[in-house]
Design a protein around this ligand. Structure first.
Ligand code: ADP
Ligand code: MG
Length: 713
């Protein structure tokens, strides 16, 4: 332990803590915890209050409580589900503990008169208030073991890593932290502090100005909140200590993106002049003319590409606004200048759809289109890799597989990333390195249909310029959205029948609150089976996230060919799937989704010329906010408007939907919840860049991990 005292926490390996052997260290490594500093930044997900005993008579429904009482009786009840009921009393009341899983030994130990302390959630059961499966321990008469001194942290769960063990090693880490003197980086010359202890890289002067606590205070607090802390505030991530960390994380991201931007500006990119042959031929082959908005963004892109400086542009456009055609035009500009273009999509389904589009568009122009995805293996993969390497593929479409090791391009000039919100900043950066030589990097166009309110966009994409397609192609009839209670399910099913009889196709989207993907898929299976029973003459297909990529692609293709009339799917179809003949969509339990995601889903219909409908089949009772939100969906088809309104009315604690916006993955911060920090983040980033440039590296390192190369692209 002596050496550990001297070694900085950011270098001190977790294995130096008591009880951390090689196997535990390996498990921690899986969740990126290597050093004591990493461990300190592994923050609780939620908390339990075991700092006080609640009298049984004072329990409230839904509360998590710690109770102490004496066993009155313990018996097995054979109801619908066998359970063991143990009644306990204290001076104020009686309550039942209910166990569905139990052993004979357990039952024998719960003799009348035995004293228990238990912890659990108060539910409404057959016998009145009950605790289901509480944790409990026996209390002997004489020893009055202490109740907890602070709120009990619950850490993100990981396979084979129990809370108790995590808590015990964190305890040691916190003791180490507490033992060390507070270090303020700004007061010490950089050379001395660099790589030293756990530093607060936000200068005290800024901290005071912005009223943030120190890093050490924030960390100590979050791992051991005192008993009087408002749990709700913590669980919403709005406690000042959390905000302090969220701020630092957002700041680090911004610094990283700004640094990349500055570095990119020092670099060269191929000068892709606006020659017109291929783009003109392509336009002439399309059955429609580009919209004004498409032409405008195309001009911006063309101008970027021809400067010889790397383009870093975000293209936002609502679902169906025609971003793919714009991407194709940009790709053709690269090809005409003798460079390759790569188009990357987040899912196999979407990538394949782009691939088919590009084949259809570009082959007639005499161009060759490559294809690379994770499922492509063996000889076929080799072939594709070869044509990328030797340059005979002009354009290549694919998934993440495009930027994996070993993939080489002959002359990559332009990278197009579709549906950006699915890619984290890490992937964006890794991709940027592809095709980069020391002085030369490819241009980059990032396309997203997630309408991002301006303030958020500025932050999430601080390294990008922004173009917006703010108009839909003509002749679209807006999707007519109707809100229907689940009690009218049969009418909805009739309506599906009618639509299919008229030759349309229908989506049925299942959503589930369960986090588990397995349960979601199961629910979709059950729904598909019950719909099939009610609609025996329809061809019904099922699509969910647990299916093999190849199966998903096949089903999607068959649906597109019209072989199925009804597609029952989980939200996997959210992104970019294009089946113009589908004109009706039913979304089950829409109240569970973020509006941005609902809008994306709804964008799957309304792609053809016939009027389309979207039925939001909600479950009663619907909260006031829930009603308002679905009302917004009914009243508007404008993704940007919807996003702004959603942000406005989403009250605290309404975290649903934030994950759907998933602009970037953060450890502590949440772009929507913490939107109010963004102005300060911007300000602080400027100050640090200017006055404390030495802090930039360590901050990026701390929050964006050990991929240092991100910072030196
Ligand atoms: P998104 O922006 O959602 O990716 P897509 O690029 O998939 O939209 O375009 C949606 C549909 O609109 C496609 O079928 C596409 O061919 C068509 N489309 C694109 N631009 C136009 C246009 N200017 N006029 C008519 N249809 C268009
Ligand atoms: Mg698209």
């Amino acid at each position: 332990m002596n050496t550990s005292k001297r070694q900085p926490l950011c270098q001190l390996p977790v294995s130096s803590l008591k009880g951390v052997g090689p196997s535990l260290a390996a498990r921690l490594a899986v969740i990126n915890i290597h050093t004591v500093q990493d461990l300190l930044f592994h923050l609780p997900l939620r908390y339990q209050d075991r700092t006080r005993l609640t009298p049984i008579g004072a329990t409230r429904l839904g509360a998590d409580v710690m109770l102490e009482g004496e066993v009155l009786s313990c018996e097995v009840s054979f109801g619908r589900r066998r359970s063991m009921l143990c009644r306990i009393k204290d001076g104020t009341g009686i309550i039942t503990l209910r166990f569905f899983h139990f052993s004979a030994a357990q039952k024998n130990a719960l003799q009348p008169g035995v004293k228990l302390r238990c912890y659990g959630e108060v539910r409404h059961g057959k016998t009145g208030f009950e605790l289901y499966h509480p944790e409990y321990q026996f209390r002997s008469n004489d020893i009055n073991s202490a109740i907890a001194e602070h709120l009990t942290p619950i850490y993100p769960a990981t396979e084979g890593l129990q809370q108790v063990r995590l808590r015990s090693i964190l305890q040691q880490a916190l003791d180490l932290l507490q033992d060390r003197p507070e270090v303020n980086a700004h007061s010490t010359p950089i050379a001395q502090v660099d790589g030293d202890d756990l530093h607060d890289w936000i200068p005290a002067i800024l901290r005071q100005q912005l009223r943030f606590v120190s890093l050490r205070k924030a960390l100590l607090f979050l791992h051991r909140p005192p008993p009087d802390t408002a749990i709700e505030l913590l669980e919403e991530g709005r406690h000042p200590a959390q905000q302090r960390l969220a701020f630092e994380e957002l700041l680090s991201h911004r610094l990283c993106l700004r640094r990349l931007r500055l570095q990119a500006e020092q670099l060269q990119a191929p000068k892709l002049t606006a020659r017109q042959k291929l783009p003109q031929a392509f336009l002439a082959s399309l059955p429609f003319a580009l919209t004004k908005a498409q032409l405008k963004v195309l001009q911006e892109i063309t101008a970027d590409l021809s400067t010889g400086k790397p383009m870093l542009r975000l293209l936002q456009g609502d679902v169906g606004s025609g971003k793919t055609v714009v991407a194709a035009m940009a790709a053709l500009q690269a090809v005409e200048n003798g460079f390759q273009a790569a188009i990357m999509a987040p899912t196999e389904i979407l990538a394949e759809q782009h691939y088919l589009n590009f084949l259809q568009w570009l082959q007639p122009l005499g161009l060759s289109v490559g294809w690379l995805s994770g499922k492509l293996k063996g000889k076929k993969r080799e072939e594709q890799m070869q044509i990328l390497r030797d340059g005979s593929a002009h354009v290549v479409v694919g998934t993440h597989a495009l930027f994996q090791e070993g993939v080489q391009f002959a002359r990559l000039g332009l990278i197009i990333i579709d549906e950006q919100h699915r890619f984290g900043v890490h992937q964006r950066l890794a991709l940027r390195e592809k095709g980069a030589s020391s002085q030369n990097i490819p241009h980059q166009l990032v396309m997203t249909a997630t309408p991002i309110p301006r303030t958020l966009a500025m932050s999430a994409y601080a390294d990008l310029d922004c173009s917006v397609i703010d108009e839909l192609p003509p002749g679209r009839t807006p999707v007519n959205t109707v809100i229907v209670a689940n009690t009218r399910r049969d009418e909805v099913i009739d309506r599906i029948h009618n639509a299919c009889r008229k030759g349309s196709q229908v989506y049925w989207v299942c959503t589930l609150i369960e986090e588990s993907e397995a349960l979601q898929c199961q629910a979709a299976e059950v729904t598909a089976a019950s719909l099939q029973q009610k609609l025996p003459d329809l061809q019904i297909a099922l699509l969910h996230g647990r299916m093999k990529a190849a199966d998903k692609t096949n089903i999607m293709a068959a649906f597109k060919r019209g072989e199925f009339q009804l597609l029952v799917a989980t939200t996997v179809i959210e992104v970019g799937v294009d089946v113009p003949n589908a004109s009706l969509m039913v979304i089950e339990n829409p109240e569970r989704l973020g509006l941005a995601q609902l809008h994306q889903l709804r964008g799957r219909v309304g792609r053809g010329s016939v009027a389309s409908h979207c039925l939001l089949l909600y479950q009663n009772p619907l909260s006031e906010i829930g009603k308002q939100r679905l009302g917004i969906m009914r009243d508007s088809n404008d993704g940007f408007y919807i996003a702004e309104r959603d942000l406005e009315i989403r009250g605290p604690g309404q975290v649903l939907g934030t994950q759907q916006t998933g602009l970037m993955s953060f450890r502590v911060a949440d772009l929507i919840r913490d939107a109010s920090l963004l102005e300060q983040v911007k300000f602080a980033a400027e100050v640090i860049q200017k006055d404390y440039p030495g802090h930039v590296g360590p901050l990026i390192q701390r929050w964006l991990g050990d991929r240092e190369n991100y910072a030196n692209v």
